[in-house]
Design a protein around this ligand. Structure first.
Ligand SMILES: [Zn+2]
Length: 268
């Protein structure tokens, strides 16, 4: 019913940051056979690495990709280390108190609101985004009650109801990665580090959570890191070696997959 004449197959708008969660969500939607429209936001991130990776992936997949420049609202959301380059990026585990500095005010409500508009605009009945259980503690707008209420609003805000689909709402980062690896996805096509250097830093909460997810899956992150939390893997690695089969890495380079200590992402 939400399908338009311009959209021969059911369509969805995927909020795609270029990070590993939304990368996996994007691929899931494609495997469902949906016409995927990827939507990224330039909200004044400290760096453009994620957006560059997102554009590259969409080109490769031949997925329509739109980057919405919302820097005009930067003044509303700049009280965060993610959007204010003058602030230090806290190191350490993702859920620790200092990481609250990385919360962008009202981020997902802003982004979902625009994605819903896009969905209505093109006759897509769904918006996908990559909220997951590991983010519940730090980011209220990744919690089930938020998604539930936004879903209710998305159903009545327009004459064309839009459903918000967050397939990993109850999953950890490791679960998402497991799903992606099972799909054969190449995670060198993602960027997670809060910093935008040539190599991922390996120290910020985002890097640590990502590395822990790989460790939990017995796999090696194909990304190059400036420094991995364990001593065995601190040697410089070549920039993002493109790997055909992520599971092949698990066997070929398993020796540098130890540590960080497997930290279960907080669930619910
Ligand atoms: Zn990092």
């Amino acid at each position: 019913m939400t399908q338009s004449a311009t959209s021969p197959v059911p369509a969805t708008v995927v909020i795609y940051s270029g990070g590993m969660d939304s990368f996996t969500v994007l691929h899931r939607a494609l495997r469902e056979g949906l016409a995927v429209h990827a939507l990224s936001f330039d909200y004044g991130q400290r760096h453009a690495r994620e957006l560059e990776v997102a554009a590259h992936v969409c080109r490769e997949l031949d997925v329509p990709h739109q980057v919405v420049d919302i820097r005009a609202i930067h003044g509303l959301i700049d009280n965060s280390a993610l959007t204010d380059a003058s602030r230090d990026m806290p190191d350490g585990d993702y859920a620790s108190d200092n990481l609250s500095a990385t919360v962008v005010p009202n981020r997902n409500m802003i982004l979902l609101s625009m994605a819903i508009a896009k969905a209505v605009n093109i006759g897509a009945g769904r918006v996908d985004y990559g909220a997951h259980g590991g983010d519940h503690v730090l980011y209220p707008d990744c919690r089930p009650e938020f998604v539930e209420r936004m879903n209710a609003v998305a159903g009545i805000a327009n004459f064309e109801p839009v459903r918000i689909h967050a397939p990993y709402l109850g999953s950890t980062k490791a679960d998402i990665l497991a799903d992606g690896l099972a799909m054969g996805l190449d995670y060198s096509d993602t960027w997670t580090c809060y910093l935008g250097e040539e190599l991922a830093c390996g120290r910020c909460g985002s890097c640590r959570e990502r590395l822990a997810a790989f460790t939990a899956n017995g796999a090696t992150d194909p990304l190059g890191y400036l420094q991995r939390p364990d001593t065995a893997a601190t040697a410089q690695r070549p920039e993002a070696g493109y790997l055909q089969r992520p599971d092949a890495t698990a066997t070929s380079t398993r020796s540098d997959t130890d540590a960080p200590e497997s930290r279960e992402a907080p669930d619910v």
